[in-house]
Structures are given as C-alpha cells and as structure tokens.
Design a protein around this ligand. Sequence first.
Ligand SMILES: Cc1cc2nc3c(=O)[nH]c(=O)nc-3n(C[C@H](O)[C@H](O)[C@H](O)COP(=O)(O)OP(=O)(O)OC[C@H]3O[C@@H](n4cnc5c(N)ncnc54)[C@H](O)[C@@H]3O)c2cc1C
Length: 398
Amino acid sequence: MAAVVVIGSGFAGLWAALGAARRLDDLAVPPGTVDITMLSATPFHDIRVRNYEADLSDSRIPLADLLDPVGVAHVATEVTAIDTDTRTVTAAGGTTYCYDRLVLASGSQLVKPAVEGLREFGFDVDTHDGAVALQQHLRELAAGRATPASATVVVVGAGLTGIETACELPNRLHALFSRHQITGRVVLVDRNEVGSDMGASALPVIVKALSDNGIEIRTGVYVTVVSERGVLLSSGEQLEAATVVWCAGMRASPLTEQLPVVRDAAGRLPVDDYLRVVGIPAVFAAGDVAAARMDDRHLSVMSCQHGRPMGRYAGYNVVSDLLEEPMLALRIPWYVTVLDLGPAGAVYTEGWQRTVVSQGMQAKATKQIINTRRIYPPLTGNRADLLAAAAPELQARP
Ligand SMILES: Cc1cc2nc3c(=O)[nH]c(=O)nc-3n(C[C@H](O)[C@H](O)[C@H](O)COP(=O)(O)OP(=O)(O)OC[C@H]3O[C@@H](n4cnc5c(N)ncnc54)[C@H](O)[C@@H]3O)c2cc1C
C-alpha cells in the first residue's frame, strides 16, 4: 500500500488531507491502495484566525468528525524530524512513519524574542491554548482584588493580529471589570507605525477605529522588560499592566529546517505551481510553511485565505503525482484583507494595494461570515459533504 502523510491539521493540512481523499475518490482508487495519514500536534482542526476573540467555544473541531468519514487516519503527535532520503518522518517518542508522498503543512509560530520576562509573563493569541490561557488569566484577575493595573493590557505589535486583539479587548475588559468600577485600559505598542503594511487607503480607518475604541498608542518604541506588573518601554516609560499580549513576529514552522533547501526570510519553503517543494522529490508544502506564486508578481502570504486553497491543491496534486495523473496549477487572481476593528466594525480591502471597499458594520458582517461560516469545513459528519468541500476550486471573494 502506498502512503501519503500530511503533517498539520490547520487550514492547509486539513484541506490537503480532504483534498487527497477526494482525489482518490475521483479516480475510483480501490480501498487499500493508498493510505492517507495525518500527523498533527493536536487532535483538532483549530480555526486559528478566531484566537483574538473572547469566546472560543466553537473554534476547535475534533479531527475525528472531519477525517473518519473520509477514511483518513490521524495521529495526535508532534513530528520532530523529516528524512527526505529515507522518506520517513519521526514523531515524539521515536515512532517513524514512511511516506511515498508527504505534505508539510505545519504552519507558523509567533516568535517571542529574548526580552527579559517575556517568556514567563507574556501571553499570546497564536494558538488555541495560548488564547484560552489569556482569557483564563483575565478572569482570574477580575475574580481577585482588582486594581487599574489588573484591567490594563499591553498589546505588543501593531500588525493585523495586534490590531484585532487590541480592538477586541475593551469589551472583554468591560465585561470582566465593570463590577469593580474599573475602566479597562489597552495600550498598543510597536517599533513602527500602526498598521504600517495596511496601505494608505485603510490606515485612516484603522487609526480612527483605535481612537474610537479608546486604545492608547505608543509607536517608535520597543519593550525592554516584561514583568508581572507591566512593561518597561525603550522610552523609559513604565506601563503598569497585569497582562501583556505579544503579537509581533511570525515565522514558518521549524520543521521547514529539516528540508535541505534555501528558505525565504520568514523560513518558508519554495514551492512550484503544484505545491511541490522545489528540488525535493515527493514532498509538497502548503499554508504558512510555503511560499507559492499567487500571480505573476505576488507570492502567497501567511494567511488562511491562501492556506486553504493551497491545501486543497496540494491534496489533489499529491495523489495525482503518486498515481501519475495530471496535476493542477494553483493561481489566485484576487487578494483581500478583512480586519476586525471590534466595536468600530471592520475594514475590508481588495487588491495588493489594499484599497478600502467597505468599512464599519458592513465590513463587520463580512468578517463574521468569514469567521463563523466561510472558513469552516462541513460539520455534518457526512462523507459526501466533506469531499465536495475539498474540490480544487477557488472560492469567490467574500
Ligand atoms: C489571531 C490571529 C488572527 C488571524 N487572522 C487572520 C485573518 O483574518 N485572515 C487570514 O487569512 N489569516 C489570519 N491569520 C493567519 C492564519 O491563522 C494562518 O495564516 C493560518 O492558520 C495558516 O494555516 P496553516 O494550516 O499553514 O497553519 P496553522 O493553522 O498554524 O496549522 C498548523 C498545524 O500544524 C500543526 N503542527 C505544527 N507543528 C507541528 C509538529 N511539529 N508536528 C505535528 N504537527 C504540527 C499544528 O498543531 C496545526 O495543526 C491569523 C492568525 C492569528 C494567530
């Protein structure tokens, strides 16, 4: 029996596994011919883009509900090594898995720099567990003898994740601390300007939303020390805050270092139009671990917007390649950004220049459809629904 192994169960990994199962089904490959196994650190498909939200109760979907109906095996384990010569993957505990074709979809990670106290006292919204730990910490602060510092959060990094996190916090703090008659305080800190990569069209909308949400801004400064009581900024300012959320700096999964290729500045692997890692036979990569060409001028960005189609195409192609069937090239002719701005609504941009198309509550409605419906797999447990959703087709713009 031939083996396809998929590493990761996020937006790219899930859709790669379902896409591969769909392609086997398309080709009427008899059962027992090709085995698909997903290895992932958790037994869940996490809707990671929702981690800035307060309520994460429906943002984690058991893999069994998604993969069992289509016959994809899944093992909750952390992969530690990939050997492309012997075509084996080693997981925690030393178990090895042989592959005929591999899809690497182990995503990205927040990089926490060596700032004093950050690892000990800093929170993040990078993973489901991180986001739950943050919410639990805020609840504990509110349950105790609350002070203004307990209701103060410093968010570090004014990129997309930092802005969404900061904008969501005032309401969360109000819900937790208003009974103490304490008003929440949110301070957004960055070395650069706020939303510096959001472009001239969207920036004024973002700046106004931050102001309307009462968020304080400190730019042109960096954090030098994090402690239980707050942060010290390079300007010498001490912010009294019981909570620091680090949102600055993403890097591709360290598993990319296992492949003998030159990676880009974010640690991503070069892939061709079929999502094959350039120069490495039998290995495909999708999502945040891969830099794929989206059109003649732009590479993919680390996003679920690109990760999901990359996964579907990688799944289709990995089986096609294995069975010597034609593969499909991936190109995505449109790019959008939909940034949640909390009570101020959202901003929806189109194009790589990020031209604002809608804002306020109209854009917020689009964001909510994306976060709660558009990016979810079918939850019916039905094989036909899951395979249909894995078609290697591009969704229309949201
Ligand atoms: C708060 C937040 C908001 C975001 N908002 C947006 C947004 O609005 N729009 C957008 O397009 N993108 C957004 N993103 C980015 C988006 O979440 C990522 O680009 C996307 O999750 C990438 O998908 P992926 O499948 O490549 O990786 P991931 O979703 O990170 O999945 C990686 C998978 O690999 C597994 N894994 C990792 N290492 C190992 C290992 N060693 N062994 C086994 N398994 C492993 C993980 O458990 C996980 O299942 C946001 C991200 C965050 C954190």
